[in-house]
Design a protein around this ligand. Structure first.
Ligand code: ADP
Ligand code: MG
Length: 227
């Protein structure tokens, strides 16, 4: 597959923390699958966006100042109809913290949550990491780190070293998960990290939801900081 021009993709983006939507567009530019989503400034826009995306949807409060949205009650999952979207919108807007708006996105599903990350360390270069993801990532510390860029075989070796690996292979009657899709996403993220070079401080896709073999993976959250 063709490798996109990373610095050009990042050209219009500000330095400092990107929004979830900006970080996902950067990842999507590298062919990493992300949720369908749109930004809404009002309740009416949120309802219209949800209808266009299709139910169930997720609503998230958007603010550049927030790092962990769910800690602040800013993630509303599994909204099944317009009424639920309007109620979630009102609840988000009632939060004490000023929001720039809300992000309406498809509700995705998967069998496991992974974190994929990229960093650029001044003087050392670009690195990528993969591990057990979700909101418990700092607690579980099941991560593997390697210098970028990666070949698919490097990405596979990192996955095999995770404590999560037996789950990816399928244990106790659970289906084998789409390891090839994660390998592809990790290689693409390593290209992004290499191409952005010093402009990249860090990027985290957490979580990427992983489905059964052949069904792919999808990043439902993204965070990035640029220089
Ligand atoms: P935080 O900023 O707290 O990391 P996330 O956007 O990652 O917020 O949402 C918290 C959790 O909610 C995720 O770890 C994931 O389990 C779930 N989640 C978030 N967005 C979606 C989505 N679009 N579809 C399904 N689950 C989601
Ligand atoms: Mg997250």
């Amino acid at each position: 597959p063709a490798r996109p021009a990373g610095l050009a993709l990042a050209e219009g983006l500000p330095s400092g923390a990107l929004t979830e939507a900006e970080a996902k567009r950067l990842a999507a530019g590298y062919g990493i699958p992300v949720t369908r989503e749109s930004f809404a400034a009002t309740e009416a826009e949120a309802a219209a966006a949800a209808e266009a995306i299709g139910f169930p949807v997720v609503l998230k409060g958007v603010s550049r100042a927030v790092v962990h949205k769910s800690d602040l009650g800013l993630v509303k999952l599994g909204l099944g109809d317009t009424g639920a979207v309007r109620a979630a919108h009102a609840a988000l807007r009632a939060a004490p913290l000023p929001l720039d708006g809300v992000l309406v996105q498809e509700m995705a599903c998967g069998e496991a949550e992974l974190i994929l990350g990229a960093r650029h360390e001044p003087g050392l270069g670009a690195f990528v990491l993969v591990g057990t993801g979700g909101v418990l990532v700092e607690v579980l510390r099941d991560v593997q780190l390697a210098p970028a860029p990666l070949r698919p075989a490097d990405a596979r070796a990192m996955l095999r070293r995770l404590a999560l690996w037996p789950v990816l292979e399928g244990v106790r009657g659970r289906p084998a998960l789409d390891v090839e899709a994660v390998i592809d996403a990790l290689v693409r993220l390593s290209w992004l990290a290499t191409d952005l070079g010093e402009r990249l401080v860090e990027m985290d896709l957490n979580p990427i939801l992983l489905r059964a073999a052949g069904e792919g993976c999808i990043a439902v959250d993204a965070r990035a900081t640029l220089r």
